[in-house]
Design a protein around this ligand. Sequence first.
Ligand SMILES: C[S@@+](CC[C@H](N)C(=O)[O-])C[C@H]1O[C@@H](n2cnc3c(N)ncnc32)[C@H](O)[C@@H]1O
Length: 239
Amino acid sequence: MVVYLVGAGPGDPDLVTLKAIKALKKANVVVYDRLANEEILKYADGAEFIYVGKKAGEHYKKQEEINQILVDEGKKHDVVVRLKGGDPFVFGRGGEEMLALLEERILVEFIPGVTSAVGVPTSVGLPVTHRSVATSLTIVTGHEDPTKSQKQVKWNFNADTIIILMGIGMLEENTREIMRYKDPKTPVCVIERGTTANQKIITGTLEDIAQKNIEPPALVVVGHVVDVFKEAREKEVSL
Ligand SMILES: C[S@@+](CC[C@H](N)C(=O)[O-])C[C@H]1O[C@@H](n2cnc3c(N)ncnc32)[C@H](O)[C@@H]1O
């Protein structure tokens, strides 16, 4: 018995790794939540599918319930795939699932995925680092667990580029916090549903981006790398 923690990538089914496809092909069970593209499930032909994400009118399954499903399925079957959007260990709670499985002496293997945090900016030609512009990068959640007794995110990052995941609902609050440490004119790029047919790109600055019409899921890139992206787009239109 083995449970594979597998990254499904950011949405485009062509961004799934060969290793993920090989694991899906031998899976007895696939446990998955809301994926940007369910087309990936076709590789697990003949497997049982267990959906643990949100459905209209239903609540999210609690993480403890998902852990228990993985443990139960892991004990029953030879190969279980736990499929997650992006990379399982980048804001994917894969670490909690790994520990719960190991606690029950179930073997766990890891298959990284293209994380949206880097893969989505790259897919539109937005370099997250760029010589002389950005030599460091921070990836942060824009929506910290509200049940935490103390906030861990302080927003006083030194990194040249800040990438915010799960940040659309709190964009106004988060940009206000960042403006305490960075110039309000710092460029910002938001990418909605990156790498999918419904992708949308919105640009602005720290002081005006929250006023724009943005729908989740989306990620926010803050920093002068956004100028590099804009320069490239200008060059592209003149090709
Ligand atoms: C719970 S986190 C999971 C991240 C995932 N594990 C990863 O590595 O990409 C979900 C957040 O990732 C970002 N995200 C995931 N897929 C995206 C996409 N295709 N386009 C833009 N943002 C995306 C959004 O900020 C979304 O709120």
